[in-house]
Design a protein around this ligand. Structure first.
Ligand code: HEC
Length: 446
């Protein structure tokens, strides 16, 4: 029934695209949304929650009335009691919702008329897992019947760990891929979207039980043409040599590097990958470099840079939740990644010549009190543990803690610090981590 409704009353790819982070369960995000609608409608759940629906004006109005009946606190909770909420909702929010998210749309009409791709075949998949590094895998997809697939996946992380498993996928609305798989005994989910050609899937793969433990992935289907998908790592430094792993399909042609990059050695290659040792000259042009293997071109994925000036920690603001300890609600971990930054020729942070280098894998991780209150309450000691090698924070047990002031629970306010030893200096970056209480009501879309 869900599939029937999705197929007949779903969202066109272009309609879902800006809000896919919600369905992909990429939850440590700060949304940027129209501030009025965000306060009226996006203060209890995400704004993506309503931006992923399409209704007539009358149906948006029904939703407001139904909300008020179901959640009367909407009028007296924060940002409800300071205004005439119901009046504003009916006279301002409803028309705006109806205009921005109408039931009938051009893109939905076009998508309904469009040919929907079959997604069977051999896919080259890549992503990045915190603590394990880049993933390169082959995913083989076989159709069981229209829109229902069996899949198997086998690959390797940059740290040498192999990964394999099998699963099943259902495609909703002609492009929206939902797979359940077991990878080495861990239950995983894939939430991917096929592009209009049906030869490219993008989205997230994550642990079923810990949605934040996962990665953004892209997969390219082998359709007999030469294409590049990704390069790992995504940065090379002037004056250094680096092994690069390029992935794609039908990669049999000649390897061509831009001026300033010299091929030292082909470490290994087959039609889905090319591993090469490359040297960047001291005067190689900094910025995005174009890579070619035969006719396949990958532009903008590799950058040449001069220095590692700072780390930017992603997400900048993360949330973990205490749990377990005999209760029914599991802990929610948070995961951070370090992204390298070169401040560019002007050596000033935040200007347009800054170069984003991509993930820096060998960073080490610690937490510190966010402020004086967090220091006084010993939040670092009570809230949980940061894995120094992976950036994964595992929160402490739920429930009152007699060792804390007023036996409060193990919530707290932390600074997450990433640090990387670069020659003689330590390059660092930081983010904010709130460790908070359980989410008691956990709808599939937050
Ligand atoms: C006082 C908190 C609160 C505010 C403000 C609020 N919602 Fe909700 N909303 C909820 C809760 C609670 C649910 C049900 C739990 C869930 O699914 O997150 C929900 C569910 C939803 C859903 C999914 C379920 C459905 O009925 O389709 C939509 C869509 C939605 N809200 C839209 C809106 C819109 C539009 C506004 C502004 C007019 C709004 N919400 C304002 C609390 C709120």
């Amino acid at each position: 029934m869900v599939k029937y409704l999705a197929d007949t009353q779903g969202l066109a790819p272009a309609e879902a695209e800006p809000y896919r982070y919600l369905i992909e369960q990429d939850l440590n995000q700060v949304e940027s949304f129209d501030p009025e609608l965000a306060v009226m409608c996006g203060r209890c759940h995400s704004s993506a929650r309503f931006a992923l629906q399409r209704r007539t004006e009358a149906e948006w109005e029904h939703l407001v009335h139904f909300h008020l009946g179901q959640y009367p606190s909407i009028e007296y909770s924060l940002y409800g009691r300071d205004r005439d909420w119901l009046h504003l909702a009916l006279t301002q929010s409803v028309p705006e919702l109806a205009q921005r998210f109408p039931l009938e749309s051009e893109s939905w009409a076009q998508w309904q008329a469009a040919d929907k791709p079959e997604l069977e075949g051999r896919w080259v998949l890549s992503g990045h897992m915190a603590g394990k590094g880049y993933l390169y895998a082959i995913m083989t997809v076989v159709a069981d019947k229209k829109d229902y697939y069996s899949l198997s996946l086998a690959g390797r992380y940059a740290n040498g760990e192999s990964v394999s498993g099998t699963g099943k996928a259902v495609v909703y609305t002609g492009y929206d891929w939902r797979a359940q798989l077991q990878l080495d005994g861990v239950a995983m989910r894939q939430v991917l979207a096929a592009d209009s050609s049906g030869n490219r899937l993008t989205g997230r793969m994550f642990q079923k039980e810990q949605e934040l433990i996962g990665m953004r992935i892209t997969a390219l289907r082998d359709v007999g043409v030469s294409q590049l998908n990704s390069v790992f790592p995504s940065h090379i430094r002037r004056g250094r040599s680096q092994t690069l792993l390029l992935t794609g399909t039908q990669l049999s042609g000649e390897i061509q590097l831009p001026a300033g990059l010299a091929l030292e050695e082909i470490v290994s290659r087959d039609k889905n990958h090319v591993a090469i040792r490359v040297h960047a000259a001291k005067d190689a042009t900094t910025g995005a470099a174009e890579l070619r293997v035969g006719p396949a071109i990958l532009s903008g994925a590799l950058v040449v840079h001069e220095r590692l000036d700072a780390l930017s920690v992603e997400p900048a603001y993360g949330i973990a939740r205490v749990g377990d300890n005999g209760g029914a609600t599991p802990k929610v971990q948070a995961v951070f990644r370090a992204v390298g930054m070169d401040f560019g020729p002007d050596n000033v942070a935040g200007t347009k010549d800054d170069i984003r280098l991509g993930y820096i894998d060998d960073a080490s991780w610690t937490v510190a009190p966010w402020d004086a209150a967090a220091e006084r309450d010993e939040d670092v000691k009570f809230t949980g543990k940061m894995d120094p090698g992976t950036g994964v924070f595992s929160p402490a047990d739920a429930g009152p803690n007699p060792l804390r002031k007023r036996s409060t629970n193990n919530a707290g306010n932390l600074k997450v610090i990433a640090s990387y030893r670069d020659g003689e200096q330590d390059v660092t970056g930081q983010a904010h981590l709130i460790v908070t209480v359980q989410r008691w009501n956990s709808p599939p879309l937050k």
